[in-house]
Write a protein that binds this ligand. Structure first.
Ligand SMILES: C[S@@+](CC[C@H](N)C(=O)[O-])C[C@H]1O[C@@H](n2cnc3c(N)ncnc32)[C@H](O)[C@@H]1O
Length: 390
């Protein structure tokens, strides 16, 4: 996501305030039902995904300059065209189909299918697994733009395919949207940060001693020398999620693109406020209890955890590099040069800068390829190999 880091947040509209008040009422009930303390991952399940209430399930704009954040496929078609070059190489070897997780507005699917058709490498089927009913409708509207023959290959899934596929599984900015837990280490003791209510009914952070499983996980992953007060997060769902995706892949690759770090950088002693970010109207901030249901809440991805989950599930970590290195290796420069007019080229060059520059999306975003049964080196990782950092 690309956002301004300004600290001033726009006020809620009357409609947003009314929606958020409904979400707060549901949260109060959930907190009461959990004896006064809600783990942060349960808080996220409610504020992001509860039907009719959650940020992703209800109708807020979310994507694009009129929404809360801009993702790479929303920013530029160049992203889909480069990714298509990588998918084409994989499909050349496996044939078969593609499944996209969390397809947002459908822009990536639109760009990928269009470019794959130009390359003569259209997948037999293109499945979309989307948890948000509202976004599923938006995807259906976006993909109306495809020619009928291509559109007929697209279908929506309610779960991962029961029979493993040959081809490509793809998730851009989905791993960061999985519910995560928060922890605090203070004076060497591990606490879990959840959500409770103040005496006057406001949502507040509340820490309590971590259960044994979380405490030992934190000790496994985090630095030897703790700063005096260390706040971060961990995503226990990640390995099971990767395991489920691995089980759905008979042969081919799972491509994950997200902002994230290898573990030793993620849990660096100096990163003592974690990586949680909220996104509201193009502003990034760190107050997840503000505006429940009308702002996005994410955390960066611990790519070492992803790799561990993949290896446990029998996949090979075939590539890991920055988004910039991946896009350069998959031909972003020739895509810009091929723009049809001087004006189109200038626009494409400016979009490419946002996708490539270290201060924008180029370095914080990483691409990871997890494969089964593929021998040839993947094109997208030819310029950089960061696997040793995991
Ligand atoms: C930040 S958006 C990214 C959307 C899109 N991939 C893009 O790059 O523009 C996260 C997307 O993941 C979906 N999502 C979240 N958790 C999911 C899951 N477990 N399985 C499938 N989709 C999920 C959300 O509804 C949303 O479409």
């Amino acid at each position: 996501m690309s956002v301004d880091r300004s600290s001033t947040l726009p006020a809620l509209t009357a409609e947003q305030a009314a929606h958020s008040a409904r979400v707060v009422r549901a949260l109060r009930a959930a907190i009461a039902a959990h004896s006064g303390w809600l783990p942060f991952d349960d808080y996220l399940r409610l504020v992001l995904y509860a039907p009719g209430l959650g940020y992703y399930s209800a109708g807020s704009a979310k994507f694009g300059t009129a929404g809360d954040f801009v993702t790479a496929p929303e920013l530029s078609e160049l992203f889909a065209r480069c990714l298509a070059a990588q998918c084409a190489q994989i499909l050349d070897s496996t044939g078969g189909e593609m499944v996209e997780l969390g397809a947002g507005t459908g822009r990536l699917a639109l760009g990928l299918l269009t470019r794959l058709a130009e390359l003569g490498r259209t997948p037999a089927r293109y499945g979309i697994l989307e948890v948000s009913a509202e976004l599923r409708e938006r995807q259906q509207r976006t993909l109306q733009q495809l020619p009928a023959e291509l559109r007929s290959r697209v279908h929506w899934l309610d779960a991962l395919p029961p029979s493993p596929i040959a081809g490509v599984l793809l998730a851009n900015e989905v791993a960061d949207a999985l519910p995560f837990r928060r922890f605090v280490v203070s004076a060497g003791d591990v606490y879990e940060r959840g959500v409770a209510l103040s005496e006057d009914g406001a949502l507040i952070d509340a820490d309590r001693p971590a259960a044994t499983a979380l405490a030992s996980e934190v000790r496994r992953i985090a630095p030897q020398e703790w700063p005096a007060h260390y706040l971060s997060e961990v995503c226990p769902l990640m390995a099971p999620w990767i395991g489920a995706l691995a089980a759905a892949l008979a042969r081919g690759a799972l491509l994950l693109i997200d902002y994230g770090l290898p573990r030793h950088e993620y849990y660096h002693p100096q990163r003592d406020r974690g990586t949680l970010r909220c996104h509201f109207r193009q502003r990034a901030h760190e107050q997840p209890l503000l505006y429940p249901g009308v702002q996005d809440i994410t955390a960066w991805v611990d790519f070492t955890r992803v790799a561990e989950g993949a290896v446990d599930a029998g996949l090979e970590v075939a590539g890991y590099c920055t988004q910039a290195a991946f896009l350069l290796a998959t031909g972003i420069e020739s895509e810009v040069a091929a723009a049809e007019s001087v004006i189109a080229r200038a626009r494409a060059a400016s979009e490419a800068r946002a996708l490539l520059l270290p201060g924008e999306m180029g370095e914080n975003f990483k691409v990871m390829a997890l494969t089964r049964g593929l021998d040839a080196p993947l094109r997208g990782f030819a310029l950089q190999d960061l696997r040793r950092t995991l």
